[in-house]
Ligand binder design. Structure first.
Ligand code: GPV
Length: 755
């Protein structure tokens, strides 16, 4: 199928003759156009059954390298580029990363698209084309500032298409525009990601960072992912976005069904929709509405849609489970209200429990409850998470529908997270194992044979060192920061949230800083690395960023401390930054409060790249520990049962711990020390200090002392370099389970039944 690169080579020579020069920009454009053409000529997989994966986020990352990996052309292309006198990184730098996601949920959707195509399953993604995406993060005065993320450039992987859909809204109709991107699998068949935009969108209404008129729906609908929802207009805008997305999806699904001449009364035999978290929930209601318009009775429509929809839950955090006031929905989607009412009445006949109500006593509509009642499957994203759903969070639903519940432990695509971002390790493993682990993840287990081979261990460690050097050079260029490449790299990169407990890591940094000042020096310098965006209306999350940036400044200016401890906060952390830092890291910080991190997927990326986890018994960490064994992971902290009991009994009091431990008190109080207040904002630092002592909703102080002890042990063990190298090797060896190919095979086997 794939043509050789000769066409491209010829094109390059022509350009050089014509202009006597070829810039990196032009080189990128030529390669991009060539790759896009290759993808468009790949065959589409046809079948009698199709998956639609609907998601508010697709955190794609740059697509050039990943597409080349899947086309099997990466090595050849890199050679060609080198011959023309460019470094591959120069070409990569030319691509803007699409800003269409926030965190793990969106990155999971992107990994899934890659695996679905690579496993040659018929499945498309559907979402929204946000012009400014998730905001771009800048640091000013040690604070996060939000700017529009202008990711849409001259060259694009997306192709604009016309569609004849119409989406009703209060002032009439919204007219959708479609942007399609080919998703190429490693065997050369392709699927499509469909992102909808609204024709009347107006970028010029954005001012002063990311401010805009939240009521101008026809202009603002597809400007931002997750616009500020701290007021009514913001919340209604989110409902408009969700409805627009799923109405377009429903119209597309019905259009394709009619093209195939599929009988609408048997649509569930041909179509399966995976609802990625609750954002696409209204697709259930919209499909029922449209099927009724096409002649089905309400009961018939409900049955067909029930057989078509499956729901993935990604959290047990109450504040992340969407509920909308009935009145807001009535204002935004009046056409759906009779369906919501009907479902509510029907489901109250099935169960009288308040916890399972679609419309609750306060007239709030619970989106997840619609998914669970009507959908045919409910899945959690890691074993412990699914257990908690069954045993506590959704136990009334589990009693009602025991067979709907199932677990699908998350995964990551090795084609991006090994072949793409760590070519050195990938090539090494291919040579050693005589098979490509990105296509055959299970082959990694054979690495165990080399656990006592000091040459192999040394080779893996040498690759780690090379990746550290690359990242350090990158940070020097990007943020003008000079870091020690021979330090241990201890990394926490993920969205900023209190439950992920970046603040606990901050307390460790304070602990280490005070120790160094006290002449207790670590055996080797430590680089503590962060990357995180805080939601723009999440005050405490922003306070935590502020505290970390203040600590960064303090440490950098401290001549005594900085030779031993450096803090580096990566600005505007995104997929590309992840691809840089993860292969360079030694320690993977996965320190969420037990029970709160549904799975985590960064933990898997670090493991695959030979970092050792420092984590709580939460999410997929539990499964990592079971695979690698206790000698190859560092776990600490109270378990999920204990935490859940604390919440139930409301007996966790941070202040008791703060007052009961001189050490903890010293660390927490440092946040409002004179030296911190000199570089920081007293209001913000005081608020965080107060929060930790008087609220600490995610129990930082519960685990902080164990955390410090555990990390110190880890740093000591790091000095036994061969033993540490063996831990790296064992982590890589056991990571095969976390391939998203495995996850997708399970979804297909249990829920989608495409093959
Ligand atoms: I809900 N997740 C996310 O990134 N955004 C959200 O809005 C919600 C969940 C994450 C979870 O926090 C991770 O634990 C999980 O690995 C990821 O979704 C993918 O399942």
């Amino acid at each position: 199928m794939i043509k050789k690169l000769q066409d491209l080579q010829q094109h390059i020579q022509q350009e050089k003759r014509k202009y006597n020069h070829l810039s990196a920009t032009r080189m990128y454009e030529l390669i991009q156009a060539y790759v896009k053409a290759q993808m468009q000529s790949a065959p589409i997989h046809q079948s009698e059954r199709k998956l639609y994966y609907i998601s508010a986020e697709f955190l794609l990352g740059k697509m050039l390298t990943s597409n080349l990996v899947n086309l099997g052309l990466l090595d050849e292309m890199q050679e060609l580029v080198q011959k023309e006198g460019f470094a591959w990184s120069q070409i990569q730098d030319e691509e803007m990363e699409p800003s269409l996601g926030n965190g793990g949920l969106g990155r999971l959707a992107a990994c899934f698209l890659d695996s679905i195509a690579s496993l040659q399953r018929n499945g498309d993604g559907i979402g929204l084309y946000y012009h400014f995406g998730l905001f771009e993060q800048k640091f000013e005065n040690n604070k996060q500032v939000e700017l529009p993320n202008r990711w849409i450039g001259k060259t694009s992987w997306f192709t604009k298409k016309e569609v004849n859909y119409r989406v009703p809204y209060k002032n009439g109709w919204l007219k959708p525009i479609l942007y399609d991107m080919e998703v190429i699998g490693e065997h050369g068949t392709r699927n499509t990601l469909h992102l909808f935009d609204v024709e009347s969108v107006d970028e010029s209404i954005v001012h002063d960072g990311i401010q805009f008129d939240k009521t101008a729906i026809e202009k603002n609908l597809t400007l931002f992912l997750y616009p500020d929802d701290s007021d009514e207009a913001g919340r209604k805008l989110r409902i408009y976005q969700q409805y627009f997305m799923v109405s377009c999806a429903a119209q597309m699904i019905l259009e394709e069904a009619l093209q195939h001449q599929w009988d609408l009364r048997h649509l569930h035999e041909h179509v399966i929709i995976q609802i990625n978290d609750t954002h696409p929930t209204m697709v259930i209601l919209e499909l029922i509405r449209l099927l009724q318009k096409r002649g089905l009775l309400l009961a018939e429509a409900i049955e067909v849609v029930s057989g078509m929809c499956a729901y993935t839950n990604h959290t047990i955090l109450a504040e992340a489970l969407e509920t909308w006031p009935y009145a807001y929905l009535q204002d935004v989607v009046p056409q759906l209200m009779n369906i919501i009412e009907a479902l509510d009445v029907m489901m109250k006949e099935r169960s009288k429990k308040a916890s399972t109500a679609i419309i609750d006593a306060n007239r709030n509509v619970h989106m997840a409850n619609i998914d669970i009642h009507i959908g045919k499957s409910v899945n959690g994203v890691a074993a412990i998470h699914t257990d908690i759903l069954k045993q506590s969070e959704l136990k009334d639903f589990y009693a009602l529908y025991p067979t709907k519940f199932n677990n699908k432990t998350n995964g990551i695509t090795f084609r991006r997270w090994l072949s793409g971002c760590n070519t050195q390790l990938h090539h090494y493993l291919c040579d050693l194992l005589k098979k490509d682990p990105s296509s055959h993840p299970e082959i990694l287990k054979e690495l165990v044979k080399y656990a006592h081979d000091e040459t192999v261990i040394a080779d893996i460690m040498a690759i780690k060192q090379e990746k550290k050097m690359e990242w350090i050079a990158h940070m020097k260029k990007k943020q003008q920061i000079t870091l020690n490449p021979y330090a241990v790299f201890d990394t926490q990169v993920k969205r900023l949230h209190e439950y992920k407990r970046q603040q606990m890591n901050a307390l460790y940094i304070i602990h280490k800083l005070l120790q160094i000042r006290d002449n207790e020096l670590p055996p080797r310098p430590i680089n503590i690395i962060f990357g995180a965006k805080a939601a723009c209306a999440y005050t405490i999350a922003k306070d935590i960023i502020h505290a970390l940036l203040c600590l960064q400044e303090l440490i950098a200016k401290d001549e005594k401390v900085s030779p031993y401890l450096q803090l580096c906060f990566i600005e505007n952390y995104n997929v590309s930054e992840a691809e840089f830092i993860i292969p360079a890291s030694d320690i993977s910080e996965q320190i969420s409060l037990a029970s709160k991190e549904a799975s985590g997927t960064g933990n898997m990326k670090f493991m695959l790249n030979g970092a050792v986890t420092l984590g709580t018994n939460d999410g997929a960490n539990v499964e990592i520990a079971a695979l690698v064994g206790q000698e190859n992971i560092y776990t600490f902290g109270k378990d999920s049962d204990t935490v859940i009991a604390h919440y139930a009994n409301q007996d966790y009091v941070a202040k008791d711990i703060y007052e009961g431990s001189e050490h903890v008190k010293t660390l927490v109080d440092f946040l409002i020390s004179d030296e911190m207040l000199r570089v920081g904002d007293p209001v913000s630092l005081t608020r965080l200090h107060h929060e930790l002592i008087h609220k600490d909703w995610f129990m930082t102080l519960l685990d902080v002392e164990e955390y410090i002890v555990c990390k110190e042990k880890m740093l000591q063990d790091y000095e036994k370099q061969t033993d540490w190298g063996r831990k790296m090797l064992m982590n890589i060896a056991m990571s095969g389970f976390f391939s998203s190919d495995r996850t997708i095979q399970e979804y297909d086997r249990d829920i989608w039944k495409l093959s």
